[in-house]
Design a protein around this ligand. Structure first.
Ligand code: AMP
Length: 226
């Protein structure tokens, strides 16, 4: 199964993509995480991406698409994936479709998690991420047992530079202008499902599971990779 998760920054894409990928036995491919890993390692790609990320803009399509197609070559992505943060523009979606079509594959579902702007700003301001395993936490809705320490792996929690209030507005504007049109793109292809992103993590996970065919579909995806 090949799934695209769409939604504005702060909608819960990262949390839900990780959960869905784990339950369905699919690879979780998060372009933001890939860029941040490159930044930490000081690679050429990381240096190229930094300026765009710092100001809440998108990294150019060709650089981003190349990185994703490289990631697809890893064995865990062979049977399917949950894409988190990609595509973010129409040209990226077209490049994805073309690359999959060349391999006789296609996106099966595009799931759009919808959350209002005021709630997004609130969520991003309280967000913490594990430096080691990328698990997200939130001051109010999902605090770690011990402040500053990841429950999952004991790693250090940090706040992303681009979650600062002065960058958040730009990221939300970028989303509206460049990424929101993807809803129409996938709707025309008959692949879009809109999911209300308010509610608890399990509530939203259940709605996403139903949109791809219910728990049986999630389990079936898992069986194919075992
Ligand atoms: P995220 O963690 O998904 O919020 O992504 C963090 C930042 O990485 C974004 O604000 C962009 O600067 C960059 N980025 C992530 N995914 C993409 C993409 N598909 N296209 C262009 N830039 C991206």
């Amino acid at each position: 199964m090949r799934i695209v998760l769409l939604g504005p920054p702060g909608a819960g894409k990262g949390t839900q993509a990780a959960l869905l990928a784990k339950r369905a036995g699919l690879a979780h491919v998060a372009t933001g995480d890939l860029f941040r890993a490159n930044l930490e390692r000081g690679t050429e790609l990381g240096k190229q991406a930094k300026g765009y990320m710092d100001r809440g803009a998108l990294v150019p399509d060709d650089v981003t698409t190349r990185m994703v197609l490289e990631r697809f070559k890893e064995s865990d992505a062979a049977d399917g994936f949950v894409l988190d943060g990609f595509p973010r523009t129409i040209p990226q979606a077209e490049a994805l479709d073309a690359a999959l079509a060349a391999a006789g594959q296609a996106v099966d579902h595009a799931l759009l998690i919808e959350v209002g702007r005021e709630e997004l700003v609130r969520r991003l301001a309280g967000r913490w991420i594990c430096r080691a395993c990328q698990t997200p936490y939130h001051d109010h809705s999902a605090p770690p047992a011990k402040p500053g320490v990841c429950d999952a792996c004991g790693g250090e929690l940090y706040q992303r530079d681009d979650d600062r209030p002065e960058v958040v507005g730009a990221r939300l504007d970028t989303y509206e202008k460049q990424t929101a049109p993807l809803a129409g793109y996938y709707e025309r292809a008959g692949k879009l499902a809109r999911i209300d992103g308010l509610g608890g993590i399990e509530d939203v996970a259940e709605k996403l599971g139903r949109a791809i065919g219910g728990p049986a579909a999630v389990a079936a995806a898992h069986v194919t990779v075992e």
